[in-house]
Write a protein that binds this ligand. Structure first.
Ligand code: SAM
Length: 274
């Protein structure tokens, strides 16, 4: 494709999702958009770039953006945040009035493994009445998260077999999350670049393995917007390759806890015992 066409698609993706596509990602456009070109009978990526100039091409622009997201996820990914969560939850609950409903947000939840991992932690700990919200830009993955139906390959990645047997049931060669867990989690389409104020306040926010696709300015903007939705003693978990350093002064690392961040003004999030 020509440089102008690539630049036009990259600008559209950045504006709609924050995802930065550098010119070395042209192969990605070719592989990820091949099906879409065929489906819409568009002869080439350059022709697609031209079509996308039309502001009425909203449906196509959305489909192109979704096709260029990377939706890789797994249950209990990276382990450590979930270990920290287990130690954090009792302390958060102790600091809340009786009957408080814990709220946990899996922002950029992809196909739901992160949200259901949290649901399993809560259930194993006997914590009832919590609300887990999973959100993602992509309608397709949000639909899959709602279905809670996973392949053998997906459940083999990170999910201990006793958890699989306890929290899933087999269905036509796949594994369906048990209703009790599905009732704890709710999924909706949401762009991280949007206004999150209507969502209210969260005790815990997971925003993992998505900031890596953004430029520093967008990372800072998203981190600030998410921080604004956190309870003063809440915790945010980022992916192993992500940091807040140089991006926001509203969040600071929880000492000794890789990937866990608390609000700068909060006194609470220090190292937890155990
Ligand atoms: C690699 S997955 C990470 C899933 C999960 N958080 C994890 O760590 O396993 C990244 C997800 O971010 C989503 N995403 C990318 N840009 C987004 C945006 N601007 N708003 C919301 N979600 C976005 C993608 O659709 C994708 O599902």
């Amino acid at each position: 494709m020509n440089a102008e066409g690539f630049a036009a698609i990259a600008a559209l993706i950045k504006a709609r999702s924050g995802i930065v596509l550098t010119p070395d990602k042209e192969y990605m456009l070719e592989t990820r958009l091949a099906g879409l070109l065929k489906q819409h009978a568009i002869p080439s990526l350059d022709a697609l770039a031209l079509k996308l100039r039309d502001p009425r091409a909203e449906v196509l622009a959305k489909a192109v953006t979704e096709a260029l997201t990377t939706n890789e996820s797994s249950f209990f990914r990276d382990g450590k945040p979930f270990d920290h969560l287990k130690r954090l939850l009792p302390r958060l609950l102790a600091a809340r009035p009786p009957g408080h409903r814990l709220r946990i947000w899996s922002a950029a939840c992809s196909t739901g493994q992160e949200a259901y991992s949290v649901a399993m932690v809560l259930q194993e700990m006997g914590i009832r009445g919590a609300e887990i919200l999973g959100t993602d830009l992509s309608a397709e993955v949000v639909g899959r998260a709602r279905d809670g139906l996973y392949t053998q390959f997906e459940v083999q990645r990170g999910l201990p077999v006793q958890m699989l047997v306890k929290h899933f049931r087999q269905e036509a060669g796949k594994w369906r999350v048990q209703p009790a867990l599905r009732e704890m989690a709710r999924f909706e389409e949401r762009n991280l670049l949007g206004d999150h104020r209507p969502l209210g306040r969260f005790d815990v926010v997971f925003c993992r393995n998505v900031l890596i696709y953004f430029d520093p300015q967008t990372k800072g903007r998203v981190l600030n917007a998410l921080a604004a939705q956190m309870a003063p003693d809440g915790v945010m978990y980022l992916g192993g390759a992500e940091t807040v350093l140089g991006l926001t002064d509203r969040l600071m690392a929880v000492p000794g806890e890789r990937g866990a961040y608390g609000l700068t003004a909060a006194v609470a999030p220090v190292r937890l015992a155990g």
